[in-house]
Design a protein around this ligand. Sequence first.
Ligand code: PEP
Ligand code: MG
Length: 588
Amino acid sequence: MKSFQEIYRAAENKIAGIGAAPGIIIGEAYLYTKEKLQISKADIEDIPKAKKDLTEAIAKSKKELYKIFSIAREKMDEVRAAIFEAQLMILDDPILLDEIGKRIEIERKSPEYIVDDEISKYQSKMILSHESYMKERALDIEDIKQRIIRNLQKKRWESKIDHNVIVVSETLTPADTILLSRNKVLAFITDHGGLTSHAAIISRSLNIPAVVGTHNSTILIKDGDEIIVDGFYGYILTKPTPEQKEFFIEKRRRLIELQKELEELKDEKAVTKDGKEIKLSANVDVSGEIDLVVTSGASGIGLYRSEQILNELGEFPNEDEQAKIYSKLSSRIYPNTITIRVFDIGGDKFRFLDFEEPNPFLGLRGIRLLLENPALFKTQIRAILKASDNRNIKMMLPMISTLKEVKESKRLIEECKQELRDEKLNFDEDIELGIMIEVPSAAVMAKEFAREVDFLSIGTNDLIQYLMAVDRGNDLVSNLYQEFSPVVVRTLKHIVDEAKKAKKPVSLCGEMAADTLAMPLLIGLGVDILSMSPATIPYAKRIIRSFDYKKAKRLANKCNLLNTEEEVKETIEKFFTDNKITRTRQII
Ligand code: PEP
Ligand code: MG
């Protein structure tokens, strides 16, 4: 049988991108376009018809929302489903609907213009409000406004897919990815985006193969085309030839076989050939994933990206709603532990500010935003503490760049603890606090940071982005996003050495933890906890069980002296060949 390389070399119908989530899919393309709705401000003659159109569009919007609400109640917990109930209530608001009706009669403008203008007025008032609850409602209203206008224009609602398809899109936000994944999505393809963009991370979490950064897929692929998606090598084949189809059908069969074999490793430990045990924990990005964690053989949750709740809900849940979510997770994972990372808002994640920052990745993100909004931060801290009664929750702070931020966070945590004591509520007095090391300043001062907290967790996704000054989501510079750059190797070594000297545990929870090629290097450097999406845990176990820790240490020492990314990669690849270790893509 031919190799992948031979197939791709000969293929004239290939599109190259970045393999962001592994898997092989053959299926039908669905072009997902988020077209901006054009609002017509036209004068109208027929007022009764305009009002009838409005009534019909509102009725259709309600029908759609009822359906979404009932699906949501089935698939999500009550708190998450309630958002759609709130949207339905807005559609029943007599004052708003009366006002729109009246304005159509007086101004004699198209209903879509009046709907847009009137609802936008509501929204601006809410955005300007000082209450965060009102600001949050503004987001719901945007969704309703778009829905009514779309129905007035009799356009179809794009995120509704009724059969198995491969979604092809220019870009995908994390929220799009989650929304679309509730439908029958086989794979994702995007024109833009890099390996560690949050949409890519979510695809991996959901175990949906993805190729990102393809530049022009949305031009080269037509709606309904048959295509092959290879999330391992990052290629797409459009309208495949019979030979290509036969090749990939066989590869899919072998992949399914391998996955069955890997399942047998579920209850085995991740231990090197010479007996060094590595703890593998799970990254959880979407609520549905928790069941996968329990069945994947992970030892607990090493990173719970709590901001995903906001993406799924589209708003901030209040303290009790949050406590309920965290409590449920803690009980589900017990007696293992869960590390809840407080909201990492900003960058390419949940939008909080009413304006666009010029450099969101360097802006008010993560801990910076939380410390600027102590009420919001304290609500989350109190909710985590309230849920900590099982004593299996740890708290983690994202985007730490100064010691002052750690100290200020610790002060707020202490304040919350005192409040709960005064309220006579039970919580874990000794709850562990850790920080993400993902900003170079924190890496350089790892020693001082390690003294302040109970544990460190290295976030390579951001650390590489900031070390190399390369946007993690931008495919134009993805060649500079180098996991194996000597600067990354040396920085990781420094952090791990300092954490060990301070006798504090250090884990690695960036996407690099799941890269099988990086595993001997990371373990050789001394990282003994790797946190990754649950679906990748069996693959990691297989690799870890196939080499010696002693040899991995020698490999890490060697890599630490090299000067280029190529040299580091070649050295690691040689380690794989010399020790006869095969990676998934080589087996299938
Ligand atoms: C990281 O930066 O490596 C990380 C794990 O956090 P996130 O990907 O959520 O920014
Ligand atoms: Mg990060």
